[in-house]
Design a binder for this molecule. Structure first.
Ligand SMILES: NC(=O)c1ccc[n+]([C@@H]2O[C@H](COP(=O)([O-])OP(=O)(O)OC[C@H]3O[C@@H](n4cnc5c(N)ncnc54)[C@H](OP(=O)(O)O)[C@@H]3O)[C@@H](O)[C@H]2O)c1
Length: 412
């Protein structure tokens, strides 16, 4: 029986999870692929670290030793940073290997080039683990929604931010206290900027855009905001009216225009993301035939991420080519530009004398906070003139009007 030879670049949380899963699920892999899967080599930075790796596996700090192995079918990449990763993966494709990556930052920047090169070389690229860890969102878009026209994807794509928001609400903690807890639990890195300022979710959103729409918006046009501006008072105020903060990435197509945002928004009890707590991730896909699909699950961690990579390993071994990544879909045009639509907002730090006459006050959940119905362009103008004013969109769902808890307002 022939063997599929795999090299794993990186042996940290993800790389080790992949190695251990290949051992623990050898029979299943053999049954699906029809070949044994064997780890031939592992690339690390520090060869002196003690690791539980079989003596027959080449463990090296030198990529040249890996790329020159006599037989190599698949290169799994679980390193960090854009380089040397991108260069390694290009070399692997040029050699004729399928590649699988978990590295969203690298893939958001260089995925298009890797996919084009892979197409030329007739190999496959797996990148399920780059978005939402163990949730099979990429494969769902690639393989299961090939005819559906996708109009929008929303996602809680950063488990660290979601964990911090959950801790702040449940334990009535400050942002700093909750961030410290996330770091203690191993969810946040020593420098948490990528997570709490929305960069990580932004990269994932660009990858989703490419797979759903075949293209991305201009990166500088995408509104990106992290969770650092959300205070404990703000969280407590919105809880009074049955709303929760969630850090949500949205990508949609309106005619030929792709619109993206990554920012904290408020959701009501009816929204599928309301109960997505802690490090969980969730993704809503809206498309024309099926309507809305919600996927939810672990967005990170050793085995959830290994699960995504192992499923990709099967996918590339069976030699599937990316079908959707270059498909252009056309979504219907909405009737008017989003900034002119009337939406509901939580506004903080506003003097009532500044309110525009056409705005409707729906609720005053606590002193200094108002829920208003207003057009985005007006709020943007107001916040520009008064920098202490900040505002958050209420996505949809039902919330209570504070003055009379029996009454409820529905936003859609
Ligand atoms: N952790 C998760 O839950 C998760 C989920 C989805 C995606 N990802 C992505 O997966 C990738 C890996 O994450 P991780 O959490 O496994 O990271 P990690 O625990 O920090 O491990 C990184 C590994 O890469 C090795 N490495 C780093 N730079 C290298 C270089 N230049 N050459 C050779 N080896 C190098 C390190 O070697 P040493 O062991 O010798 O230091 C280590 O084994 C990242 O891109 C991350 O964004 C992670």
């Amino acid at each position: 029986m022939t063997v599929v030879k795999v090299a794993i670049l990186g042996f940290g949380t993800v790389g080790e999870g992949v190695y251990r899963t290949i051992q623990s699920h050898a029979e299943e892999l053999q049954a699906v692929i029809g070949k044994d899967v064997e780890v031939a080599a592992v690339l690390v930075k520090n060869k002196e670290k003690a690791r539980d790796i079989h003596k027959d596996v080449l463990v090296t700090t030198n990529f040249e030793e890996i790329i020159q192995l006599p037989k190599l079918d698949i290169v799994v990449e679980a390193i960090v940073d854009r380089e040397p990763t991108f260069t390694y993966l290009k070399r692997a494709i040029q050699r004729g290997c399928h590649i699988i990556t978990a590295n969203k930052e690298m893939f958001a920047h260089h995925g298009k080039e890797l996919l084009e090169l892979a197409e030329k070389k007739s190999v496959s690229v797996g990148f399920e683990a780059t978005v939402a860890g163990g949730i099979p969102v990429i494969q769902t878009l690639r393989q299961l929604l090939q005819v559906n026209r996708i109009s929008e994807i929303q996602g809680i794509l950063n488990g660290t931010s979601n964990f911090i928001l959950t801790e702040m609400r449940e334990k009535k903690q400050t942002f700093t206290e909750s961030l410290l807890q996330a770091q203690k639990n191993g969810y946040a890195e020593a420098d948490p900027t990528n997570d709490v300022e929305g960069f990580d979710a932004f990269y994932k959103t660009m990858i989703l855009s490419r797979i759903a729409f075949g293209e991305e918006p201009d990166w500088p046009e995408v509104e990106r905001q992290g969770i650092t501006s959300i205070s404990s008072e703000c969280i407590a105020a919105v809880e009074q009216v049955g709303l929760r903060f969630k850090h949500i990435a949205t990508i949609s197509k309106n005619g030929n225009q792709i619109i993206g945002s990554v920012k904290p928004v408020l959701v009501g009890k009816d929204h599928p993301f309301y109960h997505v707590e802690g490090v969980e991730n969730a993704v809503n896909v809206f498309s024309d035939i099926v309507g809305r699909i919600t996927l939810q699950g672990p967005g990170a961690g050793m085995f959830p991420t290994a699960s995504a990579i192992i499923e990709d390993l099967v996918y590339v071994s069976l030699d599937h080519k990316v079908k959707r990544s270059f498909t252009q879909t056309t979504a219907p045009l909405s009737e008017q530009p989003e900034e002119q639509n009337l939406n509901c907002w939580l506004v903080q730090g506003i003097d009532k004398s500044l309110l525009y006459p056409q705005w409707k006050i729906l609720s005053e959940p606590a002193e200094g906070f108002l829920i208003v119905e207003a057009a985005k362009k007006d709020l943007e103008r107001l916040a520009k003139d008064h920098p202490t004013v900040c505002y958050f969109a209420i996505l949809d769902g039902e919330f209570e009007i504070a003055s009379d808890k029996k009454e409820a307002a529905t936003v859609s």
